[in-house]
Design a protein around this ligand. Sequence first.
Ligand code: ZN
Length: 132
Amino acid sequence: MTNEELIELAKEAREKACVELSGFKVGAALLEKNGTVILGSNIEDPSGIGVTNICAERCAIVKALSEGYREFEKIAVVGGLDKLIFCAPCGACRQYLNSWCPSIKIVLLETDGEIKEYSMKELLPYSFDETF
Ligand code: ZN
């Protein structure tokens, strides 16, 4: 699976986002080492409380883990309001991804349309698990 294909799947996942409050849709496509792709989208709490909002990345990881998948190769993420913009994982998602799979590659769509791949070390230097 190419990074371009994974980004396209993340775009499809983004269409299922539940974001009536913010309108900021995010999609993620998580590639398992066996080739399975698990999709995720951001889900906002309709009450507006906000503490239970789920990002697309954690949605995909939780779906995958609950289905028994454990070895993740890459995750592609796209997001934006009306048009796609550079949308890197938030801090909580970076820690979560690093906790479950520190070797995962993060595939992101740059604002100019270029697709780039990042390591966890690039996105989360000095992570919590490195301190013990
Ligand atoms: Zn997040």
